[in-house]
Design a binder for this molecule. Structure first.
Ligand SMILES: Cc1cc2nc3c(=O)[nH]c(=O)nc-3n(C[C@H](O)[C@H](O)[C@H](O)COP(=O)(O)OP(=O)(O)OC[C@H]3O[C@@H](n4cnc5c(N)ncnc54)[C@H](O)[C@@H]3O)c2cc1C
Length: 531
């Protein structure tokens, strides 16, 4: 039987795959999007439990000169609101409103760490410089989403004058590529202070990326109906443009020599072009290179070996709570996006060295030791708390509030606990501790008002979207990252060693996230269609 042949097959219906598919469909190509789950969106996804609407992945969005131009080019209108941020340490909570809030941040830190004023001042000075660089970086809409042939105004009045400043800024950014812990560690001698500033970043986050967060706090927005509306709106447009989606279909084999992909039921699909917009280790594991030239095979094997020895970055542990308290109660404390640390002490070596020693000595099954470690880990950590109904009241039943509470968490911890046979119990213990710590600090009303609760761990992300090590933003920041990590080279990020196969999404560029996933989706589509 001959299979239908598609101009392009896109594997993975996350935001990268959806973007690529929508732009190709807009150009008139026959496109099939293949998605493992029943719904698209991947890590850009919202869901409902007992009337509470929650985010499965990213909690709020950053335009970064990419998201709004992408929506505009696709003719999509998305209703959004600003998503302001609050930062809290013990009993002090500040609300980030504009650049002057940097002074509030300085005062907050100085109050907790007397004697470190000079170090704090120097860090604030560096953040100000980074913010200026960010203004350049995101100063114009990303040219990949502009029609440069027809939009002469943009080309001559915005893009060309901006380019020299961009290139100069890029040089500075690349020089700040070292891990934020070591960069700030040279400046800040007080370990607790250093922890409080850095512990909600992934391990080894490049300094520029981490220090740019103050700018990003000012730029967050939230789609009404939840972050998943972003992916939902691109999916709807793609379908309007005649695109096809094959859901609950897992691609288990790629045979480039025959231009075929195969699903879990051994069904074959033929393509002229393929965009792989899912986990890259999976792509390299399941691709059968028979029929390809020797040169291509050698390049493929080389890249495969590089990638398979690398790991995905940190993941998160997330606790979802339905609370029988009106949103106004929470709104009196913070905005809907809240970074809260209940103790000024800082995590110190708790997260990495102490945990790694416990795991290395095989203590995962030793419940009392692991729980003693968990006590410290939870009470000293920084929580990212998202309250959807403070941005859109329709996100929770009347008079009630949903909370999404997360901490950074390594995949290995949950994997070994699972292997030791007490995964569910460990999750309950983690939930109890988070609720206890937040009740005794920022939310005294919490404990007695919880009406529903459940959690996602790094294993949940791995199972749901097939992400290696449950990573939520692609590769770990350990040098050398196995993909392109310089913005001026982003065009090449979508190439694979195999002609007619392109890659897109969070595994193709580092550091990644929603904007880079969208950009690589667009770039992959552009390589195929030329537009
Ligand atoms: C808790 C959390 C917080 C985050 N915070 C931020 C943030 O603040 N800022 C930011 O920019 N980013 C953030 N991110 C990251 C961001 O959400 C992701 O980097 C981005 O959504 C990745 O999009 P993607 O399309 O590349 O991949 P994914 O969303 O992983 O999509 C891949 C898709 O491919 C499908 N798939 C996998 N394997 C197969 C297969 N074999 N066959 C068919 N389909 C397959 C999956 O089901 C999935 O739908 C966060 C993520 C999480 C989880």
């Amino acid at each position: 039987m001959t299979e239908k042949r598609y101009h392009t097959i896109v594997v993975g219906g996350g935001i990268a795959g959806l973007t690529a598919a929508a732009f190709l469909a807009k150009g008139g190509s026959s496109v099939l999007l293949v998605e493992k789950n029943a719904e698209c969106g991947g890590l850009v996804n919202s869901f409902t439990v007992d009337g509470f609407r929650f985010e499965a992945g990213v909690r709020a969005l950053l335009n970064a000169g990419i998201i709004f131009p992408m929506l505009q080019q696709l003719g999509i209108e998305l209703n959004v609101v600003k998503s302001p941020v609050s930062i809290g340490l013990e009993k002090e909570i500040m609300h980030v409103k504009d650049i002057s809030s940097l002074e509030d941040y300085r005062r907050l830190l100085e109050g907790f760490y007397p004697g470190s004023e000079a170090e704090i001042s120097e860090m604030i000075r560096i953040i100000r410089k980074v913010m200026k660089d960010m203004d350049v970086l995101y100063g114009i809409e990303n040219p990949n989403f502009k029609d440069l042939r027809h939009d002469r105004d943009f080309l001559f009045k915005q893009l060309l004058p901006w380019l020299p400043r961009f290139l100069f800024t890029i040089g500075r950014i690349n020089r700040m590529n070292m891990p934020v812990e070591s960069y700030l560690g040279k400046l800040i001698k007080n370990r607790s202070l250093l922890d409080i500033i850095t512990q909600h970043f992934f391990k080894n986050t490049p300094s520029f990326f981490a220090l740019s967060y103050f700018s990003l706090y000012l730029d967050y927005f939230y789609p009404l109906g939840g972050v998943g509306r972003l992916a939902g709106s691109v999916e709807e447009r793609y379908l309007e443009l005649g695109g096809m989606i094959r859901r609950e279909t897992v691609i288990t084999r790629v045979i480039p020599g025959e231009h075929i992909v195969t699903d879990q039921n051994n069904e074959n699909y033929q393509y002229d072009n393929l965009i792989w917009a899912a986990d890259l280790k999976t792509f390299y594991r399941i691709t059968d290179t028979r029929g390809l030239s020797k040169r291509v095979c050698m390049k493929f094997e080389k890249q495969k070996n590089r990638l398979l020895e690398k790991r995905g970055g940190d993941s998160v542990y997330t606790l979802y709570l339905g609370v029988d308290e009106p949103r106004e109660k929470f709104g009196e404390i913070s905005h809907g996006h809240f970074f809260y640390t209940p103790s000024r002490q800082g995590l110190g070596e708790t997260h990495w060295s102490e945990l790694n020693s416990l795991l290395a000595e095989g203590s995962a099954g030793n419940k009392s030791r692991m729980l003693a470690w968990l006590d410290k880990f939870i009470s000293l950590n920084t929580f990212e708390i998202s309250i959807p109904s403070l941005r859109d009241p329709g996100m929770a039943p009347e008079g009630k509030t949903g909370l999404i509470i997360s901490i950074l968490a390594g995949y290995d911890l949950f994997r070994v606990i699972d292997e030791a046979g007490w995964y569910k119990e460990f999750i309950t213990e983690t939930e109890n501790r988070i609720i206890r710590v937040l009740t005794s600090s920022v939310y005294p009303m919490l404990k007695d008002k919880i009406i529903s609760r459940f959690s996602f761990t790094p294993l949940s992300y791995e199972r749901r979207v097939g992400s290696s090590e449950g990573a939520i933003t692609g590769w770990a920041f350990t040098e050398p990252v196995p993909v392109i990590n310089k913005i001026q080279l982003s065009n090449r990020a979508v190439l694979t060693p195999i002609p007619s196969i392109y890659q897109a999404g969070q595994w193709t560029y580092s550091p990644a996230g929603v904007p880079m996933s969208i950009l690589t989706g667009k770039l992959a589509a552009k390589k195929i269609s030329g537009a």
